[in-house]
Design a binder for this molecule. Structure first.
Ligand code: ADP
Ligand code: MG
Length: 249
């Protein structure tokens, strides 16, 4: 049994069958990559895991408990955090404030803006947020506004906002999309560090094969809403079906 079990998940948008019959088992403490061409249904699948979409068919369980029918914040409290395809940070808040928000959200299930005003009375949370910023090398930027960060730093901050919740499962939707090579390599290093330092499972959607092959323990190839093949990176590299469907050969 994997920490995440997806069974027979289907999702239709009007006449479009975005997900057909998805079965996926993600084992604890592994990095599981989901690859596939544009429109294959990768983001739709992720949305079904975090309560943003409700599948038409099938089941999704995390650590043996169904996530279907739960609200995104409830799924978050179960131990699943998500990095979005475009960074979702608060541009007019500081780096520190951005990291404090998910701390409160995890503890209280919600966030009240005036939580900042009483932050001195929350030494544990403050310390946790500070340590997180040290871990991702952003403590020097704690007073900067989110909107003034580079794209790479926005991504890094978003990662920190997820990790500060100590998730058991981290979902990443194209974490290096739009990044220059140097930022991509920094992100790979950061994710490798996270993998080594923590008991964490990651499911990562990624276009960049360099990222996938640097990080993944298992790879599922999704094509037209259905898993085509699942295997180790070495086996995926030479797989004829993958070359045909994904690389267009
Ligand atoms: P991927 O992330 O693999 O590129 P998506 O999951 O975003 O693919 O999309 C899968 C298919 O579903 C695409 O054809 C896309 O246009 C369609 N789709 C995704 N979200 C919606 C939506 N909210 N409404 C209608 N169609 C959608
Ligand atoms: Mg997508």
């Amino acid at each position: 049994m994997g920490i995440l079990e997806v069974k027979g998940v289907g999702k239709r948008f009007g006449g479009l069958q975005a997900l057909g019959d998805v079965n996926l088992s993600v084992q604890e403490n592994t990095v599981h990559a989901i690859i596939g061409p544009n429109g294959a249904g990768k983001s739709t699948l992720l949305n079904c895991l975090v309560g943003k979409l409700i599948p038409d068919t099938g089941s999704v369980t995390f650590d043996g408990q169904s996530v279907l029918g739960r609200k995104p914040h409830e799924i978050n409290q179960m131990g699943i955090s998500r990095v979005f395809q475009t960074p979702e940070i608060f541009g007019d808040l500081t780096v520190m404030e951005n990291v404090l928000i998910p701390c409160f959200a995890k503890r209280d299930g919600s966030f009240r803006m005036h939580a900042y005003e009483s932050i001195e009375q929350e030494p544990d949370i403050l310390q946790k947020a500070e340590q997180m910023l040290i871990d991702v090398n952003m403590i020097d930027k704690r007073h900067m506004n989110g909107s003034s960060l580079s794209r790479g730093d926005k991504r890094r901050l978003e990662m920190a906002m997820c990790l500060v919740q100590d998730p058991r499962l981290l979902l990443l939707d194209e974490p290096t999309a739009g990044m220059a090579r140097a930022d991509t390599n920094n992100t790979i290093d950061l994710l490798k560090e996270i993998k080594e330092q923590r008991d964490i499972t990651m499911a990562i959607i990624e276009h960049d094969m360099h990222v996938v092959f640097s990080l993944a323990d298992r790879i599922t190839v999704l094509a037209q809403g259905t898993p085509l093949v699942e295997d180790t990176p070495d086996n995926i590299k030479g797989h004829p079906k993958v070359k045909e469907a994904y690389l267009g050969e």
